[in-house]
Design a protein around this ligand. Sequence first.
Ligand code: GLY
Ligand code: MN
Ligand code: MN
Length: 437
Amino acid sequence: MIKNEEFVARRTRLLNSLDSNAVAIIPAAAEITRSRDTEFPFRQDSDFFYLTGFKEPDAVLVLHKDKVGNGRTILFCRNKDKLAEIWHGRRVGFEKAKTQFDMDETYALTDLDDELLALVNGCATLYFGQGTYPIFDDKVWSLLSTLRGAPKKGYKAPETIKDIRPLVHEMRLFKSESEIAVMRKAAQISAQAHVRAMQFAKPEATEYQLEAEIHHHYAMNGARYPAYGTIVGSGNNANILHYTENSDALKSGDLILIDSGCELEGYAADITRTFPVSGQFSAAQTEIYNLVLKAQLAAFEEVKPGGTLVKANKQVVRVLTEGLIELGILSGTVDELVEAQACKAFYMHGVGHWLGLDVHDVGEYKLDEADRPFEAGMVLTIEPGLYFDEDAEVPAQYKGIGVRIEDDLLITQNGHENLTVDVPKSIAEIEALMQKA
Ligand code: GLY
Ligand code: MN
Ligand code: MN
């Protein structure tokens, strides 16, 4: 659980990094209609959540910094409304929100237009993240035109508009101790769910039943939703990178690729494991699986302060290329094939990404055009794969095999901590687990 002090400290840090005589506007997410009178489960905007911990839709956070650098935090949120609360659920209300979320000022959402006009009026700089919520963009542009259109009323619009997101995203890239504790827990719950899927898998079970096992485990452990659409791809479905139909029956002799992670208190885990329906890898599956695993472990060598995703990917490409030559899938010299990126035909995605509140988390991947070196406190995935579609031009025994192995790693002072180590990965461990089940 992330404490209120931490949210306050984040807002203070962000305020410190703003220009003086500035205002920053950070809106919450809005509800999205699923079908008549029903909405998708609400998910808070990650930046807004990072700065407030406030879980209701339609709220707005405003950070105001005056000419001498004094900052204040202002939250607008939905009014208390007996009838709406009977139908749709509780609201904190602005009166309680002030103390509960440690804001300097809070207002009812119905006062937003008037108060926002007063807050923005006369500021030199407006910080805002345009393009995320088009309806909110319209509100901000209309407010600016009101300010620009009435100088006789003493209105003055900010002359500079800056994007607030890069400042917030740089903060989000480095995880605090309490964020790491939540992410460790999200990783553990997700790892146990993968174990459960391995234990449940058998011929004639279905992809959606494995998905249900996994989601059940998440929900039973306080993580009601997955962090992204769970992928359960058996057989050739594993070769569809974002397969989420999850509709087929499992066949003995096939592999199953599961890419799934829960969202806990806003934070994502992201794990992929690939295992045989029967509990036993065939000879061809073993060759491909061990090659991907070797590539992943080689990439892990670069996951330490000073390493980069590009260096990790170079390890993956070299190991995969060497292995594909040995298996007779590629022909040529290693150096030429690496240079030509020949393995891209079978490994067509990146090696990994930042992980945090968003599964593909925010944060720059380059600094001054150079690859960004890892630093302690960053969390990322390493997820090499090999995909041989049924129609791929490869020896017959490899057709229809798709393997990805993905773990979540925290960069530490000296190297990394694998947060998802609890789910078996070697063939011996996977087979032992499945045969015991
Ligand atoms: N689950 C999405 C990814 O692995 O990037
Ligand atoms: Mn991933
Ligand atoms: Mn994944």
